[in-house]
Design a protein around this ligand. Structure first.
Ligand code: MF3
Ligand code: CO
Ligand code: CO
Length: 297
C-alpha cells in the first residue's frame, strides 16, 4: 500500500449557497438543525418504489452528465454549479443542499465532491482538479417526495494503476454486494461480501460511514454496514429500499473530519474510491434504482 504521507487536498474557498426555485418542493430537513428521525417501515409500498425509480434515474443521469466535466483545471465548485442547475431544471431538489450537520453547519452545496484522500462529504470549492486525481461525485435528488442517492468515482486525466485498480474493484465490491441481496438473508451479507473482496487486495474498508435506508427519508435510520458484523441480524424483505456505498482505501481506512465539520479524510492520506447505488429488494433479489442511461445492473 502506498500512503502518500502528505495531503493532496486542502480547503479552498466555498462559493455562496445557490438558490433553488421556489416552485421546487423541499425535503423536510431544510431549515432545521437536525434531520427529523424517520419512524415508519423499512418496507415501501409500490407507489413509493415507482417514484424512486424516477428519482433514482435522475440522480444517475445527473452524475453521468456532471462526470463528463471532470478534467484538469475544472474546480469542484464548477461541478456543483452544473449539477445544481441540472437537478433543478429537472424539477428536483439536490438533497445534500442544507442537509443538517451533527453540530456542523448545514451542508452548503448541491453535491458532494470527494477527491483522492477525501473519503466522502467533500464540499465543492475553488480547488482546480489536477491530472491524476480520483474524483467521487455523490448526488442525491429529491423528486416526487422521495430521494435517489448514487455515487461514482471518476478519473481526472491519467490516473496511476493503483488508483485505477482501486476504482474498478470498489465498483466490483458494490456489484457483488448487490447480487448478494435476497429476501430471507440477513443484512450482514452485504458487509461480509464487501469486506471479503476488499481484503483480497489489502484495501481498507471504511466503517464509520455506511449505506442507509432511503425513500421518503434521505437517511431512514436503517444502517447498511460495509464490513462483516454478524450481530446485524435484520432480515432482508421485499420492498426494502436502501443504499450500498462502499468506501475502500489504498491504505488505512482510519479517518478524521476537517474543521468544516463535513470533509472526511483518511488519516494516512491514502486514496479512497466509492460507488453507491440505491436499490429496492424484489422477490428474487434487488433492482437497482440509480442506473445511468445504458448502464447494466
Ligand atoms: N449522499 C451521501 C450519502 O450517500 C450523503 C451526503 S449528506 C451531505 O449518504 F450532507 F453531505 F450531503
Ligand atoms: Co447514501
Ligand atoms: Co450518496
Amino acid at each position: 500500500m502506498t500512503p502518500t504521507a502528505r495531503p493532496t487536498v486542502e480547503p479552498y474557498p466555498v462559493s455562496p449557497v445557490r438558490p433553488v426555485p421556489a416552485s421546487i418542493p423541499r425535503p423536510n430537513y431544510v431549515g432545521l438543525d437536525v434531520d427529523p428521525p424517520y419512524t415508519g417501515s423499512d418496507v415501501q409500498p409500490p407507489e413509493i418504489i415507482e417514484a424512486m425509480r424516477e428519482a433514482g434515474a435522475l440522480a444517475a443521469l445527473a452524475i453521468a452528465e456532471t462526470g463528463k466535466l471532470v478534467a484538469p483545471g475544472v474546480t469542484t465548485d464548477q461541478l456543483d454549479a452544473f449539477a445544481h442547475e441540472f437537478v433543478c431544471d429537472h424539477g428536483a431538489y439536490p438533497s445534500a443542499l442544507l442537509y443538517p450537520g451533527h453540530g456542523a453547519p448545514p451542508f452548503p452545496k448541491a453535491i458532494c465532491t470527494s477527491v483522492n484522500e477525501v473519503i466522502c462529504h467533500g464540499i465543492p470549492d475553488a480547488r482546480p482538479l489536477e491530472d491524476g486525481d480520483l474524483v467521487k461525485i455523490d448526488i442525491t435528488v429529491f423528486k416526487n417526495g422521495v430521494h435517489g442517492d448514487s455515487c461514482v468515482t471518476f478519473p481526472c486525466g491519467e490516473i496511476d494503476q493503483a488508483s485505477r485498480d482501486l476504482m474498478v474493484r470498489t465498483k466490483e465490491a458494490m456489484d457483488r454486494a448487490i447480487k448478494a441481496v435476497k429476501p430471507g438473508r440477513q443484512l450482514n451479507i452485504i458487509g461480509r461480501v464487501i469486506e471479503a473482496y476488499a481484503k483480497r487486495f489489502g484495501y481498507g474498508v471504511v466503517r464509520e460511514y455506511t449505506g442507509h435506508g432511503v425513500h421518503t427519508a434521505f437517511h431512514s435510520g436503517l444502517v447498511v454496514l460495509h464490513y462483516d458484523e454478524p450481530r446485524v441480524t435484520t432480515v432482508i424483505e421485499p420492498g426494502m429500499t436502501f443504499t450500498i456505498e462502499p468506501m475502500l482505501t489504498l491504505g488505512e481506512a482510519a479517518n478524521h473530519v476537517w474543521d468544516d465539520g463535513w470533509t472526511v479524510v483518511t488519516n494516512d492520506y491514502s486514496r479512497c474510491a466509492q460507488f453507491e447505488h440505491s436499490l429496492v429488494v424484489t422477490e428474487t433479489g434487488a433492482e437497482v434504482l440509480t442506473l445511468a442511461p445504458g448502464e447494466k445492473p
